[in-house]
Design a protein around this ligand. Structure first.
Ligand SMILES: *Cc1c(COP(=O)(O)O)cnc(C)c1O
Length: 391
């Protein structure tokens, strides 16, 4: 069959993006209400949003911040991770996960992924442990929860990067209620958005207090009570914190999005199921292996092209699919292959399974407003392109 990249008509006449945020009139109204209220920065809506997320994931404490990057950074600081410490994490993630370790003053140590789930491989973690290892960052790749029981067995704190996995579950518990600290992202492209935003959930009340101080300069939240000043003007700065609080406008958007979240998550699940039905059993690509004790948050639908099945590489296949008007993408360029991390001594060859996945992965469109016809178009284009380049 003639490909659009060679001048033939594309499978679709309009471009289907790989992701698209969904903002409705209720969301807009909620933000407008916040803007008309007495608070626009961190106020009562932030508190209500924290309570709602804590309840949603069944965690005792939730602390709102302005990004998942800040959530990861503050979590490490709250654990006391710093200079001279090592933190193990996968390189198959957005650079934020590794950068947060450096912000805390510690050293990121990349471990390889499992070849089937594409998540951090506990055996690879075991190989990277040293007396300096102070924490592990499991990244729930594409929304699939990591093996938290096996990773927890090392006896080190788990700071989950759950940017993809709000609403996912591990052994019948929601992500956010399992790891020591769980960090969520509400960036525009994520399943629930506040444009920019993040949240940390934990069961530990001391860490929760510490995080609340760290997010606003290290100013104790009940300092004025402790010092007995009823006037409301007195505060103390007790440690060097940061300035990463969430606004009430953002929290209003988050609250409004959360009301519709389960409904949108079930649509994501339906789409993923349809892809799996239409794409499973092919010998030219692999789907993500989903262990039966987990429910994915389905942030991304990633496939891996089978090694040696095609005459051209992933990049050519990606371009051919885009010419068919299918917005495929790549998640992620592994952190250790970026120039900055190569300057720190990392190189190609250090993480073979991660590199193999990167060289063969493709992210297919997945967002709740997609129709079944959109899914079928993706599959039609994929069959057309993979068929044309078949070895
Ligand atoms: C988006 C993302 C982040 C960063 O989230 P921000 O809220 O933009 O800081 C971290 N980790 C992963 C895996 C992500 O996809």
């Amino acid at each position: 069959m003639q490909l659009a990249i060679d001048g033939a008509p594309p499978v679709r006449s309009t471009f289907l993006p790989y992701a698209r945020h969904l903002i409705d009139e209720d969301d807009i109204q909620a933000v407008a209400d916040a803007l008309r209220s007495d608070w626009i920065t961190s106020g009562p809506r932030v508190g209500r949003f924290e309570e709602a997320i804590a309840q949603y994931v069944d965690a005792p404490h939730a602390i709102a911040v302005n990004s998942c990057t800040a959530a990861l950074h503050l979590s490490l600081v709250a654990l006391g991770v710093g200079e001279g410490d090592e933190v193990i994490l996968p390189a198959e993630t957005f650079v934020a996960s590794a950068n947060a370790v450096l912000y805390a003053g510690a050293t990121p140590v990349f471990a390889d992924i499992d070849p089937r789930t594409w998540n951090l491989d506990p055996q690879a973690v075991a190989d990277k442990l040293t007396p300096k290892t102070r924490a592990i960052i499991p990244v729930d790749y594409a929304g699939l929860p990591c093996d938290l029981a096996e990773l927890g067995a090392f006896g080190l704190p788990l700071v989950t990067d759950a940017a993809h996995s709000l609403g996912a579950s591990y052994q019948d518990k929601k992500i956010g209620a399992v790891a020591d600290l769980t960090c969520f992202s509400f960036h525009a492209v994520k399943n629930l958005t506040t444009a920019e935003g993040g949240m940390i959930t934990t069961a530990n009340p001391e860490w929760a207090d510490k995080l609340k101080s760290l997010r606003s300069h290290g100013i104790g939240r009940d300092a004025w009570k402790r010092f007995g000043s009823g006037g409301g003007w007195f505060f103390t700065m007790d440690e060097l914190g940061f300035k990463v609080n969430l606004t009430d406008m953002a929290a209003a958007l988050g609250m409004s999005q959360l009301k519709k979240y389960d409904q949108r998550q079930s649509r994501r699940q339906e789409i993923a199921k349809r892809y799996a039905e239409l794409l499973s059993g092919r010998d030219d690509l692999h789907l993500q292996h989903l262990p039966t004790d987990r429910v994915s948050g389905w942030h991304l639908y990633v496939i891996q092209l089978a090694d040696g099945a095609h005459r051209v590489g992933r990049d050519q296949i990606l371009e051919a699919l885009r010419a068919e008007n299918i917005g495929v993408n790549v998640h992620f360029i592994p952190a250790h292959l970026h120039p900055f991390y190569q300057q720190q001594g990392w190189k190609r060859g250090d993480l073979p399974t991660t590199e193999h996945h990167f060289d063969h992965c493709l992210t297919l469109p997945l967002f709740p407003a997609m129709t079944d016809q959109d899914v079928d178009d993706v599959v039609t284009a994929l069959e057309k392109v993979l068929g044309a380049y078949r070895r």
